[in-house]
Ligand binder design. Sequence first.
Ligand SMILES: Cc1cc2nc3c(=O)[nH]c(=O)nc-3n(C[C@H](O)[C@H](O)[C@H](O)COP(=O)(O)O)c2cc1C
Length: 182
Amino acid sequence: MTTTFDATPVVGVSGSPGATSRSRTLLEGALSALERYGTRTRRLDLAGLPADALLGRRQDPAVTDALAAVQGARIIVVSTPVYRATYSGLLKVFFDLLPQDALAGKVAVAIATGATAAHFLAIDHGLHPLLASVGAVVVATAVYGVDSQFRDGAPDAALLQRVDRAAAEAAALAGLVPALEA
Ligand SMILES: Cc1cc2nc3c(=O)[nH]c(=O)nc-3n(C[C@H](O)[C@H](O)[C@H](O)COP(=O)(O)O)c2cc1C
């Protein structure tokens, strides 16, 4: 996973509480795609962090480390299941702990999965404003998967293509490769 010490740091944030997770699978795909651009990636599973620290009731080294990792990244990939027509509460409480402008100038990729296509605008109405509120620049290609696009936990080819495209846009925006041609 780690390439070199000075490789561009990429942090993936998984907002699913599930032990097995479709959105986390897409996140892993995006991180793998970004590693092909020579980046160094790290995945944060918010579900593994202590809940009372995530709720701000106390400090915890694991949460402090996760917040620092996100702020030290050049590219952030965020994945979430759609819950009640928007991103998960787990993602919300984590972002609430970030200081204002914590992701200023960073490039972000937004990934969500839902039971049906009905809530695909959760990316545009939920995840984009969330990321923009802390200063991130979100790539144009949103990745939204529906549960029927997964077989035995694996995403279909169309979804993987979206993941690769979003990763390519992030690499271009972060200056890792020349900008994509139209
Ligand atoms: C509490 C809860 C609320 C949900 N709300 C929605 C919803 O509003 N819209 C939707 O399309 N899917 C909804 N779902 C389905 C999940 O978003 C969907 O199964 C998703 O792929 C799960 O992602 P994960 O496997 O990464 O956890 C909900 C599931 C749960 C458990």
